[in-house]
Structure formats: structure tokens, C-alpha cells
Design a protein around this ligand. Sequence first.
Ligand code: ATP
Length: 454
Amino acid sequence: MAEAAGKVSMEKIVSLCQRRGFIFPSSEIYGGLSSCWDYGPLGVELKQNVKQAWWRAVVQERDDMVGLDTSILMHPQTWAASGHLEQFSDPLVECKSCHLRWRADELKDNNCPSCGGELTEPQLFNLMFKTFMGPIETEANVVYLRPETAQGMFVNFDNILNTTRKRLPFGIAQIGKAFRNEITTGNFIFRSREFEQMEIEFFVKPGTDDEWFDYWLEERRNWYINLGIKDQNLQLRQHTSRELAHYAKKCYDIDYQFPMGWSELEGVANRGDFDLVQHASHSGKNLSYHDEETKQHIVPYTIEPSAGVDRSVLAFLCDAYDEEPDKEETRVLLHLHPTLAPIKVAVLPLSRRENLAELSKKVYADLRPCWMVQYDDTQSIGRRYRRQDEIGTPFCVTIDFQSLEDNQVTIRERDSMNQIRVPIAELKRTLTAKFEGEDLFVLPPGGQIWKEGK
Ligand code: ATP
């Protein structure tokens, strides 16, 4: 039975990720480090593909956006100006019996969720990680690991204006690590203390901000859908005035139906002119924009779509996960969008016999410069197909003994399991067409429909 949308359990995702080398607990041989994760050989490919798809959509394909990569350690004044030193806190309570700590605003009642014990009064706890710059550990040398990438873009606003000649509206995009000393973590990579963000600061003329807000909310929602997330697993949720961050005029969460329930995948905020005004006043630098139409200096408003790389990876995995009956067994498969699939093509010789291996390795070498390709010659062909299905490989190329005679190979498609047979000389061109969305049964010259179904 196919897994109902949004209904796969987190255990199944965690187990698949560990079994197949997507994601491991950090420092596992020492028992792991709570809420930190290592991306394995397949995980790193998936994560890169997510980041590349985002960069392509928001930077490469637009003419109103530029990229940036700023440092994790920033001048401490940044965090005074942004309000993080004062406001970036969660209410922390401690159980008087078992001494476990909890986020007060996430508790259902006033008792410890672990042992039912009495809790202390909430105390505000700043989520920024502190460290020292240089060898002397004094207050004057304190620096913070950035809790968001956003501030790197605001402090470079003037550099971007001066070097790129961009006119309003335009945006800056950045992907990078962020760190938060979260009180409670969990749900696998959903909430960790070290994670990656993909953020946009889009600067607009005041008065056009509502329009741009709606535009970005729609644009970002569509990005997930175009990469295969099911519509019914996404919802938009407006922040109530109580939830609204200190800098925000308006904020919506794009929520995904994760296994533990609806939770934030991305936030889209209208930050008004808060950040540029704050940084101008703390730095003493002019961060305004000269509007050539009105000949006036204005402070732009900012629309910020802020996504988590790790949460996106988790959402894509959960959405793609499926199970189908397969004779006595179960076929587990990831319907990952081909753009995101860690391995694009698997080359599978039917046997290890030397003459077949030689041709198969030639095909493998020929495809590698184009895509991430895996070569697998162990166990039965059926098992090898299942292994590729489980990691979301869109196409398998099978080389059999007939290939030695007719120079043709079989392409097998992951979701339908349909097969076509094509001349080796046409293989690269055929796969390229299939990745661009052409139907599997549009055949190259000399190609033929091979087998349909299982
Ligand atoms: P939450 O309410 O879940 O704590 P947030 O509202 O604090 O999230 P933002 O400050 O809006 O999150 O950060 C933007 C994005 O960064 C989030 O939508 C999420 O995808 C990602 N993110 C934030 N905190 C974490 C975390 N601890 N682990 C993984 N991703 C995170």
C-alpha cells in the first residue's frame, strides 16, 4: 500500500537515511552529539541539489537578485543592532525533580513532560552561541556564531549597491550555516543546533511591500511544488500579533505536513525598514537609497523569504517516500524529483563476466561526466533495482549479453518500472531528453519498447 501523503513515520525516514548513507548522527562513534547531524555520501548530494535548485531559481534565473557569502563570525555590534542580543530568547523552565529543561511556550501544561514533576518559573535564555575572538577570554572579545544568515546581507547593503548598480526592487540571496542553542531539539534534522539556511533579503520601495510580500509567498510555495512536494502537504499560516518577531510587520509560515504534524518549513516576513535603520544608527553609516525618480533618499523595505536547507531535505524525503507491494515483499521507493535525486543513473551489468564488465564500465565512464552515476554489479538484478528505487535513482541502465551483439542497452524508469531499449550511441542523448521531461516511450532512432510494468 502506498504511504498516504504526509503519513510516513519519522522512524522509517531515519532508518532509511542511516541504512543507505543519507544522514548519520554526528560523532556517532562517541555516542553522537545531540542535535548535530552528518550528511553521508547520498545526503550530501541531495543537500547540494536542494541548494543548487534554490540558487538557480532565485539567483541564476533572475535579473533582480545577486548572491553573497558572508562570514559566520560578525562584528558583535551587528547583534546589538539586529535586536538578537536583547530579543533572541526563548522562555526556559527546569523540572525540580529530574532537572530536565524545556521551552515553556511549547509545553501543554505546567508539569514536566518527562516525569510529571513541578517546573521552575520561566527564565529567558538567549539562543546565540558565544565564543571568544583571539587568545584572551574577556567580555571585550566575545563574538557570536550567527543565528541567521540575514544580517550578513543587511550589513553589505551599501557594498552591493555600489558594486552592482542594482536599482530597486532587487534582492540579495545567501546560503550558509546558522547556529542556535535551541533548548529542545529533535524530530531528526528538523530542529538542530547547527543548520543551514537559504535566505533572501528583497529590497523594495515602501508602499510596494505588500505586493512584493504576496509575490514572494506565492513564488516560494511554488518552488516546493515544482520540485515535487504535494500541494496538500503545504499550508500557509499567518503569524498572530503575539507571535510576530520584533522586526516584522507581517509574517507567514510555509508549513509542511511533517510526520510529527504541520510545522514551519520556511518563513516569509515583511521586515519593513527595521534592519537598515538599525544598522545605520549603530554604525553611523548612511544606508539609504537614492531614488532617481523622486530625487529623494529613502530607506527600502525588506521582504525576507527564509528557508531551512535541512528542513527542506527532510520535507523532500518525507514527501517522496513510498511503499508498494512487490510479490511477497515491499518495494520502498523515493519519488524524488530528478533534479534532487542524489544518483541520476545506475549502470547495472547483468553479470560480472568479463566481456560484459568491460562494456558496462565503458558506458559508466561515458555517463559520469554528465551525471552522478553509480555502478553496481552485486546480487540479482531485481535486488539492484530495489536498491536504486530506495534511494530515488530515476533511471537504471542495464547491460546484458545481447548488448554485446546489438550494442543496445535497457533504460528502466523508477516510478513506472517501464523499460525501453536504446542503442548505446543514443544513450546520453536519450537520458538527457528524459531528464528534461520527455516521455520514456519517445524513442531515439533504433530504439524499441522493451517491457512494460513489473
Ligand atoms: P521555529 O519556530 O521552528 O523555531 P523560527 O521561526 O525560529 O523557527 P526562522 O528564524 O524564521 O525560524 O528561520 C528561518 C528558517 O530557518 C526556518 O523556517 C527553518 O527552516 C530554519 N530553521 C530555523 N531554526 C532551525 C533549527 N533549529 N534547525 C533547523 N532549521 C532551522
